[in-house]
Structures are given as C-alpha cells and as structure tokens.
Design a protein around this ligand. Structure first.
Ligand SMILES: [Fe+2]
Length: 281
C-alpha cells in the first residue's frame, strides 16, 4: 500500500514500473523529440540532455534529483496526483518539484485529463536546470502562498498557466516553446507555433492575471516572453497592489481583444502562409 506522508509525498518505487510502462514512455519521448527539435527553446533541450532524460525509460527521481540538486538546488518529490494548492506552493518555495509517478495508458497517448509522469518530468523538469527559470519557479511558489492568504489565487494561477504551462519565448531563431503543457503534447507543440488561429501576445502581467483559460482544448491565446529574466523580473514585485489594481477591472476571455494588446508577429503574412503550408506537407 502506498504511504502518503503529511506533505503529500510518496515513494516513486521506480523498480515497480513494468516493461509496458517504460515502453509507453519511450513511445512518447521519441515522438516528442522528433517534434521538439526546432520548436522547443534551447534551454529546454539543453536541460533534457544535461539531466539525461532520454528514451530509455521512465527516469528514477533519485538520480534526476541528484543531478538537478548539484545544478540549481532543486529536487523532485513524488506525489500521488494533484495536491492541495498550499502543499504545491510550499514544495515549490522549498525548491521541490512535485511530480506524479503514474504513466498514461497506450490508449491515452494524445489526451489525458490530469498530469502524468511524462508531463511532469519531460515537460517541467528540464527547465529547472536553468538558474533563472529555477529561481522563477521558487518565487512563484512563495507568491502562491501569499496569494492564498490574500484570496487572489485565481489570478496567480493564470500566470502559471500562461507561462510555466503554455508559455512561448521569442528567440533569434524565431518563436520557441518553453511551456510544459505544450512540450508534452504532440498536437499542441505544432499548433502553438504554426497554426494561424491562436493569438500570440507579448507578455503582459496584468493582462495575463485578468485572462481566463480553457483546459479542454488547445489554447486560443499564448503569451510570448523575450527571455527568462523578463519572467523572473515580473514576479519580483509585491503582487498585492497589482491584485488590488486589477480587482476592479473585468475578467477577460481568451478571445477578447484589448486596444493595448501587443501582438507578436514573427513572420510576415506571406511567410506565415508559406510556413503553414510547408508544415502541412
Ligand atoms: Fe504541469
């Protein structure tokens, strides 16, 4: 029987994974690798390789944590599934990333309602080896504990959604992915960059905190950062005055347009059309 500790952590019991479960990891990993070269940001791909996260099977959290700990002081802790918000934030604030242990079934390769070990480890963990992103996620955890006390959790959760889960980053080579919800999804890793339908706006903290999101389909709206330092700097100020400032403004739907929105346009319309048709071949 799985023993759940008071901080909601459990043992990963890596030795208990079956050959079929490792085979599902391999399938998911190899498919994403093909898609993510040229689409994921450089820091993510470097993180994968430095951590040794590879196609050979579900990683052992103890081994991953040792490498991560030496690099940025983060460790991975196993949890049974989604944990209460205060527990989640407390782990992040202590530089502990809570990861689920189970892996999806073969008939769930393309869609899963809750995070599994592939999403958590392959999607989230590689960026934690980047010092600035590592500091950002810790600051987010600390901000989460404060937001809970202030009653503004929903606004902070939107920041997590539009950055950690579904963020895009502008690079000299073009738009790239750093959000783990995209990095662990075959369909969305292509759609978010190459489909003309979703909007891509420049990062705007207040705009993000006012904007709802959907969890049952590809996003209709993405926010683009210039670099991870911008993200970290945005979380440095005390959010309490910002929460008060936006509390009087209406919430926004992902499809809403505001005059102040700054669109990210990586290619001309002409190039865009060429790019999309090339991607469909
Ligand atoms: Fe996630």
């Amino acid at each position: 029987m799985t023993v759940v500790r008071p901080d909601f952590t459990i043992e990963q019991n890596w030795e208990d994974y079956s050959e079929e479960q490792h085979a599902i990891w391999r399938l998911l990993f190899e498919r994403q690798q093909r898609l993510l070269l040229g689409r994921a940001c450089r820091e993510y791909l470097e993180g994968l390789s430095r951590l040794g996260v590879a196609a050979d099977g579900i990683p052992d959290f103890r081994r991953l944590s040792d490498v991560l700990d030496r690099a940025t002081g983060w460790r991975i802790v196993a949890v049974p599934g989604l944990v209460p918000d205060d527990v989640f934030f407390a782990h992040l604030a202590r530089r502990q990333f809570p990861s689920t242990c189970f892996i999806r079934r073969r008939d769930q390769l393309d869609y899963l309602e809750e995070p599994d070990v592939f999403h958590d480890i392959c999607g989230h963990v590689p960026l934690l080896i980047n010092p600035i992103f590592a500091d950002y996620l810790q600051a987010y955890g600390e901000g989460g504990l404060k937001a809970l006390g202030l009653g503004h959790l929903q606004r902070l959760a939107r920041l997590y959604w539009y950055t950690v889960e579904f963020g895009l980053i502008a690079t000299r080579d073009g738009l790239r992915i750093y959000g783990s919800g995209i990095l662990s999804s075959a369909g969305e890793s292509v759609y978010c960059l190459e489909d003309p339908r979703p909007r891509r706006l420049r990062f705007d903290l207040r705009r993000i905190m006012r904007t709802g999101y959907r969890i049952d389909d590809f996003q209709q709206l993405y926010f683009v950062i210039d670099d991870f330092q911008q993200l970290f700097d945005a979380t440095r100020p005390d959010f309490a005055p910002i929460y008060r400032e936006i509390a009087v403004l209406p919430d926004l739907d992902p499809t809403d347009h505001l005059d102040q929105d700054r669109e990210f346009v990586p290619w001309s319309k002409k190039n865009w059309a060429t790019h999309v048709s090339a991607a469909q071949v």
